[in-house]
Each structure stands twice: as C-alpha cells, then as structure tokens.
Design a protein around this ligand. Structure first.
Ligand code: FAD
Ligand code: NAG
Ligand code: NAG
Ligand code: NAG
Ligand code: NAG
Ligand code: NAG
Length: 512
C-alpha cells in the first residue's frame, strides 16, 4: 500500500498538471487574454536558445508561440491547447549594417524581438532609417511581419514586410530556414504574412535608407468631401497619409506626411502617440466609463478628443516644448511614430482599455464602404441611439498599397472579382472598453451589426491581430481558397506536426 508520504508527490503532480496552465495577456494586461492555456514562458536570450526551446517543446508535445510586446487585441495568439510561450524581447541584436555614402539604400539584419524604437534609434545614430514600414514604437518587427502589420500609404509600400529582403524562420523541427524575397517562390509568399504558422521569425534582413526629415500636415474635411471625393487623390500623393473620422461631429482629420532633405528645417518634432498625464487619464476614464450607459458622455468625449487632435500632438524633442502649428518637421521616426512624452505613461498603463475592429476593402469600393458605415450610424440615430468615437484619435481610416503574398490584407490577384491592385482602405474602429459591469459598450449590438454587415456586403479582409474570433470566423470566407491551399503546402512542410498552430490557423481550416 502506498503511504501518505508516497501519495503526496503523486497528488501534487496530477493536480499540478491541470492547475499549471494559465492565461497569458495582451499589452492590456489582466483581463485581456491572448492565450488561455499557457504552461510555461521563457525569456529567450539568443536565436540558438529559441531553436533548442522549440525542439524541447516538440519532444514534450507542447505547442509553441512566440511572444514579443503583446501589442494585439484579442485571444487569437495561441490555440487553446497547452502552449509554451517563447518571449523574444531579449533576442534583439542588430548587425550587418551596410549603407554606402551616397547610396540610395542599404541593409541591416535584426533579431526577432527588435522593436521599432530600438532599431530606429540605432539607425538614426548611423544617419539612416527604415523608410515607411513603421507601425508603433514599442512593437517588435518580428511580430509585425508575422501578422501582416502595416502603416498607411498608397504611394509607398505600407506593409512592414515591404522592407524585408530575407527572413530566417525556425521551423517545427527547431531548424533554421533562410528565405529570400522572391515573388515567384511560394515559400516567400507564405513567409511574407505567415501568422507565425511556419515558425518563429528569428532574423530579418531589412532595407535601410539615408536619414531624412519629415513634415506632417493636417486639415479638417467634411464628411461630404470624403464620401464623394476622390480618396486616391487625398492619400496617394504623400509618403504616408490617413483620415481620422469623428462620426458624431461628422468631420475627418486628414493627416499627411512627406520626406524632405535633412537641412530643410532645424525643428525636431516628436509625436505623442499614446501618452497622457495622470490627470487626463483619470478624467477620460471617468467620462468614458459613464458613456457605457450615458451616450451624451461619449458625445462629449468625442468633442474633447477632436479638439485635442486639432492641435499638433508634437513637442520639440530638444526642449520638450509643445509645437502649436502644422507643418511640423522632425526626424523620420520621431514624426511618423514618436512615442511617450517624458513623465507620461501610455493610456493602457492608466487602465484605459480598448476593443477594435479592422477590415480592409479594395480602394475601388472605398466611397461606397464609408457611405454604408454612415448609413449604419444614421440608422442608430433614427432609433435615438446617437453613436460617437470613444477613442482618442477617432476612427482610423488607413490605406495600403497592394503587396502580393498569400495571406496579407493588401494582396492582389485573388479570385474574388475585386480589383485590389489600386490598394486598400482600412476601416479601423477602436473603442473604449468600459472598466465596469460586463465591460460591454453603450449599444454593443451596433458594433456587432456593423462588423457583420460590412463583412457580408463587401469583399473585405481582416487584420490578423485586431479582430475578435467571431469577426475572424465570419471574414475567413473572403480569403482566397487557392492562396490558402498554397499556403498550407508550405505550412505542412515547415511545421508538419502543427506545433505553431493557433486559433487563426484553425479558423482558416489549415489543421483539418
Ligand atoms: C496600440 C496599438 C497600435 C497598433 N497599431 C497598428 C498599426 O498601425 N498597424 C498595424 O498593422 N497594426 C497595428 N497594431 C497591431 C500590431 O502591429 C500587431 O498586433 C503586432 O503583431 C504586434 O507585435 P508584437 O511585437 O507586440 O507581438 P505580440 O503581440 O507579442 O505577438 C503578436 C503575434 O505575432 C506572433 N509573433 C510575435 N513574434 C513573432 C516572431 N518573431 N515570429 C513569429 N511569430 C511571432 C505571436 O505569436 C502573436 O501571434 C497595433 C496594436 C496596438 C496595441
Ligand atoms: C521575463 O522578462 C520580463 C521583463 O520583460 C519579466 O517581467 C519576467 O519576469 C521575465 N520572466 C522570467 C521567467 O524570467
Ligand atoms: C489545455 O490543453 C489541454 C490539451 O493540451 C486540454 O486537455 C485542456 O482542456 C486545456 N485547458 C484549457 C483551460 O483549455
Ligand atoms: C515597452 O514595452 C515593455 C513591455 O510591455 C515595457 O516593459 C517597456 O517599459 C516599454 N517601453 C517603452 C519605452 O514604452
Ligand atoms: C481618382 O483620381 C485618379 C487620378 O488622380 C483617377 O485615376 C481615379 O480613377 C479617380 N478615382 C475615382 C474613384 O474617381
Ligand atoms: C541642403 O543641402 C543641399 C545639399 O545636400 C543643398 O543643395 C541645399 O541648398 C541645402 N538647403 C538648405 C535650405 O540649406
């Protein structure tokens, strides 16, 4: 018979197995799961260590997902089965920098977890930048390339992968595979937007350019100017440009940027992307929390946010003094991205959380799509439910030049009958997540109806980290079946046992 002394460790072991799985969160922290069934988290410190962790996970029958800065919105990072998380934050070497004097471009090799902030400051010291493929300061390039992230441009490449020349991916056997950019190669077309399903992107070779200054300008447009205007003409002339929609005020801000020689201005503008003072955060939180039941709070919030967005959200980097007027000039990265002002924290660290939805539509249907959204807003108003934007920069309308690959949001040549070659318009609708009760928004059904209507009435493509599982499921019908089949062939070769599987891959039917 087993004595108590023998039984205890056994009990602990069997309890331990079930109880040891935990929830892993997004950047929004507690209450914002990105994975539901994580059994271990490793802070890898080298590419070799990532590879050996992958081999270990494979042997032990665990699934594996990379994790970088957690800058995504919903629980679609992992599958719901036991998963090992490998964090890439400390695998962030930068090497092999080449940019000849007078050359138009050069290259650099970075490791998986390198962030835009780290890379840009490193390059700026060497009088270089990565051009326009910038998304956000504290996000990894590996995580962005994996998930098809992009900024906003019709003239220049908008996807982060647009600047990638080669990738090293650690496959499902823990072996490193090198893939060069080549649009005739299905391996490249799959790796270009891989959703992390081929493996962990360990290294990226990127194009670099001589450092420039950039100006930023902004104007206000009425809805009619946008709905009935030529959106290509509004966006395509610039290096990067977008619209921020204020649906309660029925206005847009049009923000546009372009590069100029470094000696054009001595201003050093730095954009505040997400930081707020304690006081601002407290006031915004109280107002928006009441907006869960009182729509007038949301109207007021939109008025305030609109007013704040009107003025340049820039300071001079050297003096920390606010810049009051457009155009603003500054170094490429500081103007296009910027970051936090001294002594301030990003909104999410103040406990302001969000929901979002992002869908991409062909430019040829841009006006039609925006008008349809206006109709849906108006239909609510008729029912006495007047909706507003509850995010500090309104509804973000972005644009993407087409980029050919299998699973990207802006790919071309699909069999859906749409012309994606003129690029895409993205409807990116962030909203405040009330911190109390069921955390649902005022008139929650509207948000769901809006998403469903757009997905059912238009050929559109989801952003892979900015949509709920429900939206991803509903939108998956628009993914080109032939591209998906070709992606699967590469995925099966890289990861035959499916250790990198996640819910997006499952929704796409890649594991059936
Ligand atoms: C505030 C905010 C603003 C944003 N703005 C934009 C925007 O303007 N445009 C846009 O397109 N997106 C935007 N995003 C989305 C963001 O770019 C993506 O979610 C990106 O994948 C996050 O990268 P990360 O480094 O934080 O990775 P994580 O969030 O940690 O990981 C994201 C996914 O990528 C996988 N992954 C991470 N690293 C690797 C790797 N090395 N190899 C393979 N897979 C990997 C993870 O397993 C996970 O599935 C924004 C997100 C937030 C929160
Ligand atoms: C990994 O690094 C993060 C800091 O980014 C730290 O908070 C965490 O405790 C570390 N985890 C382990 C297991 O060392
Ligand atoms: C975690 O995954 C295991 C299989 O890997 C499964 O048996 C278990 O039910 C899952 N737990 C949760 C909380 O999903
Ligand atoms: C970047 O994100 C990490 C992880 O969330 C955090 O620890 C760090 O403070 C952030 N850095 C900046 C400059 O915001
Ligand atoms: C917008 O203008 C461009 C020329 O600048 C033209 O090629 C395009 O067809 C116009 N688009 C629409 C929708 O009218
Ligand atoms: C900027 O530098 C270029 C040479 O690189 C020169 O031709 C130009 O005149 C300079 N412009 C100003 C405003 O100094």
């Amino acid at each position: 018979m087993l004595g108590l002394r023998n039984l205890l460790p056994l009990l602990a072991l069997s309890l331990g197995q079930g109880a040891s799985a935990f929830v892993y969160n997004t950047f929004d922290g507690e209450g914002s799961p990105s994975c539901h069934n994580v059994t271990e988290v490793h802070n890898a410190t080298s590419v070799d260590e990532i590879a050996s962790l992958v081999k270990d996970a494979k042997e032990r029958g665990l699934r594996v997902r990379a994790a970088a800065q957690g800058h995504h919105w919903y629980d679609a990072q992992c599958s719901d089965e036991e998963t090992m998380i490998i964090r890439t934050e400390f695998v962030n070497g930068i090497e092999q920098f080449e940019l000849e004097d007078g050359a138009e471009s050069g290259s650099v090799v970075i490791e998986a977890g390198t962030t835009f902030l780290e890379l840009s400051s490193w390059l700026h010291e060497r009088n270089a930048n990565i051009g326009t493929g910038l998304v956000n300061w504290n996000i990894s390039l590996g995580g962005c390339v994996a998930m098809g992230a992009h900024r906003t441009s019709l003239r220049e490449s908008a996807v982060v992968v647009g600047g990638v020349l080669a990738l090293d991916i650690i496959d499902g056997n823990g072996e490193i595979r090198h893939i060069e950019k080549n649009e005739d190669d299905d391996e490249w077309l799959a790796a270009s937007t891989s959703l992390g399903l081929l493996g962990i992107i360990a290294r990226l070779k990127l194009s670099v350019y001589p450092e420039t200054k950039v100006w930023a300008k902004q104007q206000i447009l009425d809805e009619d100017d946008v709905f009935n205007g030529n959106l290509t003409d509004l966006i395509a002339p610039y290096e990067t440009a977008n619209l921020w929609w204020w649906p309660y005020k029925k206005k847009f801000h049009h923000r546009y940027y372009d590069s100029v020689p470094a000696n054009t201005s001595d201003q050093e503008g730095f954009q505040n992307t997400f930081s707020v003072t304690d006081l601002e955060a407290g006031a915004a939180k109280a107002l928006l929390d009441s907006g869960k039941v009182l729509p007038s709070s949301n109207w007021l919030a939109e008025e305030i946010f609109f007013g704040q967005w009107e003025k340049p959200n820039f300071r001079d980097k050297r003096t920390n003094e606010p810049i009051d007027e457009f155009p603003v000039y500054g170094w490429n990265y500081d103007v296009l991205i910027g970051g936090l002002y001294e002594g301030q924290k990003p909104v999410w660290e103040h406990g302001l959380r969000g929901y979002t939805l992002e869908l991409a539509f062909p430019m040829t249907r841009a006006n039609e799509m925006l008008k349809r959204v206006r109709e849906l807003f108006d239909a609510e108003a008729k029912k006495g439910k007047i909706m507003a934007a509850t995010y500090r920069s309104g509804v973000n309308i972005k644009f993407g030049k087409s980029h050919y690959d299998f699973l990207g949001q802006v790919t071309t040549g699909t069999a859906d009958g749409e012309d994606w070659s003129q690029g895409a318009i993205m409807f990116d609708f962030p909203s405040y997540r009330p911190s109390w009760g069921d955390q649902k928004r005022y008139n929650e059904e509207f948000y769901i109806k809006l998403a469903n209507t757009l997905i059912d009435e238009f050929t559109c493509r989801p952003h892979w980290t900015k949509n709920t599982r429900d939206v991803l499921k509903r939108a998956s019908k628009h993914v080109d079946p032939e591209y998906l089949a070709r992606f699967k062939v590469i995925k099966d070769d890289f990861d035959p046992e499916g250790i990198y599987r996640n819910v997006i891959g499952e929704i796409l039917g890649l594991y059936e």
